[in-house]
Design a protein around this ligand. Structure first.
Ligand SMILES: [Zn+2]
Length: 421
């Protein structure tokens, strides 16, 4: 397929692939979905942080994606996402990527000049008042005070998104790309009203945003289920979906604009209620769930004799280096040291015991969420093992791919995405 014709479908999934080995297995999961009437656009997202930790370049993600699509005969759209980039980091992604996640969270809370605030307030003033949409209960309203507070807190971030987008447009020329704006790594969640004003601001900056990643209430920790009030999340999600629909028309944003959920993997308890909202509203969604595939790689590795030894070594080294490994993930990983098994104990585990502790089956009493989070951030250790790790990954191919396909299809795609055909 010509890259010019590629479109991000109504439903899309960010399937990161740390080592560029699972593209085919991931596409097999998407083919299984298609067979059941669920159409999904795959997007291979890999953040600047991951590339730096693993020591890879974005061109390797592009190559792995193109190869996987060719080998699997995937003749539908797919994208490669420069995940969480800013002006300082975007350059090395420009050639390889056609999806860019502009992360402006670090600019939230910076003070804009009084003039800038005033001109923003003036331009958005017509949008204040009660927010009217069939899926909103009528209780949401934007007041002048909201507008001022928002401008004081978010305007610099909005402007920054405008700058990165303009830079990208210049660099990409006539080559099309999808733009996401992310504020999911902010310290505070955004309310639906703030999301509405954020979209107003992005429209004002001319950012052709197709996916928007807010920070939701509750905790989205890496590799484990949602921590927080599921009912409150459900309400917020329903309102945010309506806000996106409202803002799209009101501010003339791209008509396929949709929410992007940076799930941190495996927010299983949220899937049923998100599915219900999507089915009812017919809104689109982009789900990023990258780390889950890495954890399945480790499970698949552990299922084979030689691989089990490698998986145990990864854990033992990660245990010793925990402080260093969790540093880049400070806000999204919560590991209780006293709940981690000692490396010596893990060395004695059978394959079954290792997998039971790691796999995300909350009904299994052997499942250990602290163990799982540590393995989630241990991919750096694996990368440093070099050939030994790579060989193990190749040798355990069958088992790993089984894990990857089943996990994506059964635990993520089926519960979240409604059928489209
Ligand atoms: Zn994110």
């Amino acid at each position: 397929m010509d890259r010019e014709q590629m479109v991000l479908g109504k439903y899309s999934i960010g399937i990161g692939d740390r080592f560029g080995l699972e593209g085919r297995a991931q596409l097999r999961a998407l083919k299984a979905a298609l067979n059941e009437g669920i159409e999904l656009t795959p997007v291979w997202n890999k953040s600047n942080r991951e590339h730096s930790l693993v020591g890879t370049e974005p061109s390797s993600t592009r190559q792995a994606a193109d190869e996987a699509a060719r080998e699997e005969g995937w003749n539908r759209s797919y994208f490669v996402d420069a995940d969480h980039v800013g002006l300082k980091t975007v350059d090395r992604f420009i050639e390889a990527c056609d999806f860019f996640t502009l992360d402006v969270a670090d600019f939230i809370g910076k003070q804009a000049s009084d003039d800038d605030v005033q001109s923003f307030v003036d331009s958005v003033s017509p949008a204040i008042g009660r927010l009217q949409h069939p899926d909103l209960d009528g209780s949401l309203a934007v007041t002048a005070a909201d507008l001022h507070r928002f401008a004081g807190h978010y305007l610099v971030a909005v402007r920054e998104a405008g700058k990165i987008f303009a830079y990208l447009k210049g660099a990409k020329g006539t080559r099309p790309f999808v733009t996401e704006v992310s504020v999911d790594e902010a310290t505070e969640p955004q309310t639906p009203v703030e999301l509405y004003l954020l979209l107003a601001g992005l429209a004002g900056e001319g950012v052709a945003v197709q996916t928007i990643a807010p920070k939701f209430c509750g905790k989205f920790l890496k590799g484990v289920d949602y921590v927080g009030d599921v009912t409150a999340f459900g309400r917020e999600f329903k309102d945010d979906v309506a806000i996106v629909s409202l803002a799209t028309t009101k501010f003339a944003l791209p008509e396929n604009l949709k929410l992007s959920i940076h799930s941190g993997s495996d927010k299983f308890s949220l899937y049923p209620l998100m599915n219900a909202v999507l089915a009812k509203t017919e809104a689109g969604i982009h789900l990023k769930t990258a780390g889950t595939t890495w954890l399945e790689e480790v499970s698949g590795l552990a299922a084979e004799e030689e691989g089990l030894g490698i998986a145990k070594k990864i854990y033992a080294q990660a245990y010793d280096r925990i402080e260093e490994l969790r540093k880049p993930y400070e806000t999204v990983v919560e590991i209780e040291m006293n709940k981690l098994p000692s490396p010596a104990a893990v060395m004695r585990w059978s394959a079954e015991e290792f997998i039971a502790a790691l796999r995300h089956n909350q009904r299994d009493p052997r499942f250990n969420r602290d163990f799982r989070q540590l393995v989630h951030i241990a991919f750096r250790v694996a990368a440093e093992m070099g050939d030994k790790f790579k060989q193990g990954m190749l040798k355990s191919r069958t088992s790993i791919e089984q894990h990857v396909v089943e996990n994506l299809f059964v635990k993520h795609i089926q519960p979240l995405f409604p059928k489209t055909i």
